[in-house]
Write a protein that binds this ligand. Structure first.
Ligand code: HAM
Length: 424
């Protein structure tokens, strides 16, 4: 036997029955996002590398260690997108979207790529449901975005009581200068604890040390000075306003002074949602986001406030305890022809029911009626439609109610109403 070529590590096939749970989650996401007037955007999975270096940040784990970067055949460096915000901003600027509408609400659902150590809830190709809103900096928008997210997760079967919404403010870049000095002084006093990466970041981007995954550094970070106390009165008032709006919307949330997020473009409000629900293990952050009011301008567009989030689909699926099988659609009608002639007779009838949106399967392989009925049972069909020479001669079909075990011979013209009646 030939050797089976393996799939890429950390990249999964999504097949039935799991795919049904995926479709359920995507459908709920679209429902909530569209109800909030977000429109879908579909951007390429490949971008020129500088887009991510300039947005996500040169000194971040994502850019330094995780991107799938290579030269394309023209010799230009391209990267598989590690996240969706950078591409959305690029599209926003290239299209001069601000000329089309003052406020833009976009969402996307699709694969992202990060070369991380693969484990439960952490993949190399994973999927995000993301949303980005451009053009408004009102604190009420921050609260609305977070509330939308919580209600979206509720629709998916993760009630607010199962979620922790953690919130912080990063303030504005100029406000972070003083904090940066305080942080550098703190880490210099504990240099022995810092790993190689953190020591390097002490020089280049000390805030990133707060996001370290090294256990000793995580412990040290518990004692690090917090940013929120060094923010300006204005930034703190803005943050308080966001929290008030969240309270008014009934969104329970925690202040997390040490939350910094792993990407460089954030300003002001940032948030993450974790959950103890389901089967997530250590990777229990299902969602992250925040404001990025400087990013559009830093990539060459006009100054444009913006905010967004991305929900990890795989992690959300692990958090939803319901087994994938329970989202699987059953076949409504199984067509069981007794012979070749009956197959030709039943095929157009199946086509007609399918056009009415009824899920049908027809047996093309022949076989005994008892075998065919076993198959109908396995598919959890609601009804079987059976025909042989008798039915063909009288222009009828035999309809078997597989729940009741009863059957009746009816004219072909009555088939569709009869099936609708059974399915109601
Ligand atoms: P992020 O926190 O890097 O943010 O990713 C968001 C979510 O994607 C995470 O909370 C997690 O659920 C999921 N995720 C990330 N990496 C992996 C992985 N390797 N395997 C499985 N799931 C993963 C962003 O990407 C920002 N673009 C969010 C945003 C949008 N901020 C503003 N707008």
């Amino acid at each position: 036997m030939a050797e089976v070529p393996p799939g890429v590590k950390g990249m999964n096939d999504i097949l039935a029955p799991e795919v049904s749970k995926w479709q359920f989650v995507e459908e709920k996401a679209r429902g909530t996002l569209e109800a909030h007037a977000y429109r879908e955007v579909r951007t390429p999975v490949l971008e020129y590398t500088p887009l991510f270096v300039r947005s996500v940040g040169e000194v971040t784990d994502v850019v330094e260690k995780q991107m799938y970067t290579f030269d394309d055949r023209d010799g230009r460096s391209v990267s598989l997108r590690p996240e969706g915000t950078a591409s959305a901003v690029r599209a926003y600027i290239e299209r001069a979207q601000w000329n089309r509408e003052a406020v833009t609400r976009w969402y996307y659902i699709g694969p992202m790529f990060r070369h991380e150590r693969a484990q439960r809830g952490r993949l190399r190709q994973f999927h995000q449901i993301g949303a980005e809103l451009f053009g408004v900096d009102a604190p009420s928008v921050d609260a609305e975005v977070i509330a939308m997210l919580v209600s979206m997760l509720g629709e998916m079967g993760l009630p607010a009581s199962a979620l922790e919404v953690n919130l912080n403010s990063l303030g504005e870049p100029d406000e972070r200068v003083a904090y940066r000095d305080a942080l550098v002084a703190f880490y210099r006093n504990h240099q022995g604890v810092l790993d190689e990466d953190s020591l390097r970041r002490l020089e280049t981007n000390p805030l990133r040390i707060l996001d370290s995954k090294v256990p000793e550094v995580i412990v040290l970070n518990e004692k690090a000075p917090t940013l929120i106390d060094t923010l300006s009165e204005r930034s703190r008032a803005r943050f308080e306003a966001v929290r008030k709006h969240l309270d008014a919307l009934g969104v329970r949330h925690n202040l997390s002074p040490r939350l910094v997020r792993g990407l460089d473009y954030y300003t002001a409000t940032i948030f993450e949602i974790t959950t103890a629900a389901g089967d997530l293990g250590a990777q229990n952050t299902i969602c992250g986001g925040g404001r990025y009011d400087r990013l559009v301008a830093s990539l060459g567009g006009p100054a444009t406030p913006a905010i967004g989030f991305a929900l990890g689909v795989e992690r959300t699926l692990l958090a939803i305890a319901e087994p994938a099988e329970s989202y699987e659609p059953a076949i409504s009608v199984f067509f069981a022809p007794m012979d070749e002639a009956a197959l030709a007779y039943l095929l157009p009838l199946a086509t007609k029911l399918r056009a009415a949106g009824i899920r049908c399967e027809i047996e093309h392989r022949g076989g005994s009626m008892s075998k065919q009925m076993k198959r109908a049972d396995k598919l959890r069909a609601r009804a079987a439609v059976i025909a042989g020479s008798n039915e063909i001669a009288s222009n009828t079909v035999m309809v078997k109610d597989l729940a009741q075990g009863t059957q009746s011979q009816i004219p072909v013209a009555d088939l569709e109403p009869r099936i609708h009646q059974l399915l109601d």
